[in-house]
Design a protein around this ligand. Structure first.
Ligand code: DMJ
Length: 641
């Protein structure tokens, strides 16, 4: 009856005209497609999804040729907070980002098997054994006994003199006093964490409780692991021992949760590695090996291309649901090299290095727009997903790990060197800009259109370009050092132009703005380290006293605006003196911000840059010297003396 009332509908009930039938069918098929598509966005736990999609694993493309190992690449990178879902930006690790399932290798699948340590492949395995169980067993087999570790080989080349509270003590009393102040800040942050949030990931200093979040897939104690080396370097030995005891007795690495391999790698693996190299004490490092190996198993199905996350107990892997079209993120899969190379050095298991080197092969093969590396890569097609390029969030530590891989290899990793300097050239040609008043900054690039915005995260690039200056082409060295100084200067400007003298999350150079945030949503500061990190490197490289002054300005601002009764907190708006606190003491404040400040006010012989590189969470790792690795007889002699 309804139809009769409609124009064009015949009296024969459903006698629609052909064109109407066509439109109706089109509408219907659209609706069905939409409903089916929506299934992919449901959490994995929803029954409907399991019924319809249980057998829809995406088979990744295999990029590259050669052996099984060669052909498979994994890699994740930290979701650069800036472009993570906002929730992450406001409270790292808190996001309940629902992870889009890209690939789930059936346990025992070809792909999962290929990721096992080589030693493991010869062993018969029960069919019911999970991928991660196999990987864990493999890692135990490969790296189980502490005496297979190679710390001994490094020792002769490191720790001159052994660290202690006097290490790096500056000559003048004023700087010593500043350094003591930073140490006091660390103790204050640590004591409050210990009092109110012990064993949790971060302290919530206003509500005086702990925060766990889901960034680490159920792992706990991020602030403890991130603090181990800072406490040790500062000579806070009681605190260091408490931290060490907790790691020994309470760190549970049998996580069932969905962890970001990037975050686990830079904080947990990096933190444990550093503590090991600094102290010579093996604290749960073997377990960390097992954990990472299990993660590798999870990512193996897409070893041809990167994935971000892993569930270490189920051997599954996926990319962030929010990342463009489920793609993998440059800074996630490009930020594994330093730690993984050390895992191979210590375990004599090549699997870690093989994985990260395969990532490079993939990246070397793909065509790069204007020589630039876009932030998103499809793990399915092997192509860039969008042409968004940024030296800040989503891209940053990929570039950092190229130059640091070169430096950490005792300048033998020519591949990393070549990739870094050609990327830097492309960045200079396309991203580096000068503002009307002469401030140098790094814009972002979206398919050829410049976005004149620079994130706080991008401010690490002053230090990065600085430490790479000396190994650039001879005619470029001074230029790179100048560029590093100019960028660091601009980042300092972003601090001095705010009321609190702390910098915003992102600042712009358009519509009359110069180094200031123009959007409300960019005005927050979450205790990030990048600007101070560049001050520290530039101080070491130039000894220009302004960097120490700028660092001290930051200390005063942190004390005035971020220190609360029970710890340090991020603030919501750097442009107002009546600050609102975000109630979060980030673990990177302990591992990076305070460590870089302490080093800034220390002499250069505390962790000299010729001997150490800092991972992207500021955990120091030793340069792998041929002389330390090859001449074991000499090493033994040195140790005996
Ligand atoms: C840290 O976790 C690391 O420095 C990472 O590379 C970038 N973001 C935070 C600090 O801002």
């Amino acid at each position: 009856m309804v139809f009769r009332k409609l124009p064009g509908v015949s009296a024969s009930g459903m006698g629609l005209r052909l064109s109407q039938k066509f439109v109706f069918l089109l509408f219907l098929s659209g609706l069905v497609t939409l409903c089916f598509g929506a299934l992919f966005f449901l959490p994995d736990s929803v029954r409907l999804k399991r019924i319809f999609l249980s057998k829809t694993e995406t088979q990744p493309v295999t990029v590259g040729s050669g052996s099984e190992n060669d052909a498979r690449e994994a890699h994740p990178k930290r979701a650069k907070e800036q472009e993570r879902p906002r929730a992450v930006a406001s409270a790292k690790g808190e996001t309940s980002t629902k992870l889009k399932s890209l690939s789930r290798p059936p346990a025992g699948s070809h792909e999962a098997t290929a990721a096992r340590a080589p030693e493991d492949r010869t062993l018969p395995r029960s069919r019911t054994e999970s991928a991660s169980q196999r990987a864990t067993s493999a890692a135990r087999g490969a790296a189980a006994a502490p005496d297979t570790f190679s710390y001994r080989r490094f020792k002769g080349c490191l720790l001159k003199p052994p660290l202690g509270s006097d290490s790096g003590k500056p000559g003048d009393p004023a700087t010593t006093e500043r350094r003591e102040k930073v140490k006091e800040m660390m103790k204050f942050a640590w004591d409050n964490y210990k009092l109110y949030a012990w064993g949790k990931n971060e302290l919530r200093p206003l509500t005086r409780n702990g925060h766990v979040g889901n960034m680490f897939g159920g792992l706990r104690g991020a602030s403890i692991i991130d603090s181990l080396d800072t406490l040790y370097i500062m000579g806070l030995m009681d605190e260091y021992n408490d931290a060490k005891e907790w790691v020994k007795s309470s760190l549970d690495l049998n996580s069932n949760g969905e962890a970001s391999l990037f975050e686990v790698n830079i904080r947990y693996v990096g933190g444990l590695l550093s503590a090991y190299y600094l102290t010579g004490e093996e604290v749960r490092l073997i377990d960390a090996f097992c954990f990472v190996t299990a993660c590798l198993c999870g990512t193996s199905v897409v070893l041809s291309l990167p994935v971000l996350c892993c569930s270490c107990c189920s051997g599954t892997s996926w990319s962030w649901g929010w990342a463009s079209a489920g793609s993998s993120i440059l800074a996630e899969f490009g930020t594994l090299h330093l730690e993984f190379i050390h895992l191979t050095e210590l375990s004599s298991n090549p699997i870690y290095t093989e994985k990260v080197m395969n990532i490079r092969k993939v990246l070397n093969k793909i065509e790069k727009p204007h020589g630039l590396y876009p932030n998103f890569l499809s793990p399915v097609s092997g192509n860039w997903v969008q042409h968004h390029v940024s030296i800040g969030g989503l891209g940053d530590s990929f570039y950092e790990y190229l130059i640091k891989s070169y430096l950490m290899s005792d300048k033998t990793d020519d591949d990393a060197k070549m990739m870094y300097y050609s990327a830097l050239e492309a960045i200079e040609a396309n991203l580096v800009q000068k503002s009307p008043s002469g401030l140098t900054y790094m814009a972002e690039w979206r398919g050829g259109i410049l976005d004149h915005k620079m994130g706080h995260l991008a401010c690490f690039s002053g230090g990065m370009i600085g430490i790479g200056a000396d190994d650039g082409a001879p005619d470029k060295r001074q230029h790179y050092l100048d560029l590093a100084a100019e960028i660091t200067h601009t980042c300092h400007e972003s601090y001095t132009r705010s009321a609190t003298k702390l910098g915003p999350e992102a600042f712009r150079f358009d519509a009359g703005a110069e180094a200031t945030a123009t959007r409300l949503s960019d005005r927050y500061y979450i205790l990030r380290p990048e600007v101070i990190e560049s001050y520290m490197y530039m101080w070491r490289l130039t000894h220009d006293p302004k960097y120490r002054e700028w660092g001290w300005e930051a200390v005063e601002a942190l004390e005035e605006h971020c220190r609360v009764e029970s710890g340090f907190s991020g603030i919501r708006d750097v442009y107002t003196m009546t600050v609102g606190h975000d109630n979060m003491q980030q673990s990177f404040f302990l591992s990076e911000t305070l460590k870089y400040l302490y080093l800034l006010f220390s002499d250069d012989d505390l962790l000299p840059l010729e001997d150490w590189v800092f991972n992207t969470e500021a955990h120091p790792l030793p340069v792998v010297r041929k002389s330390c690795l090859q001449d074991e007889a000499t090493q033994d002699k040195t140790l005996a003396e």
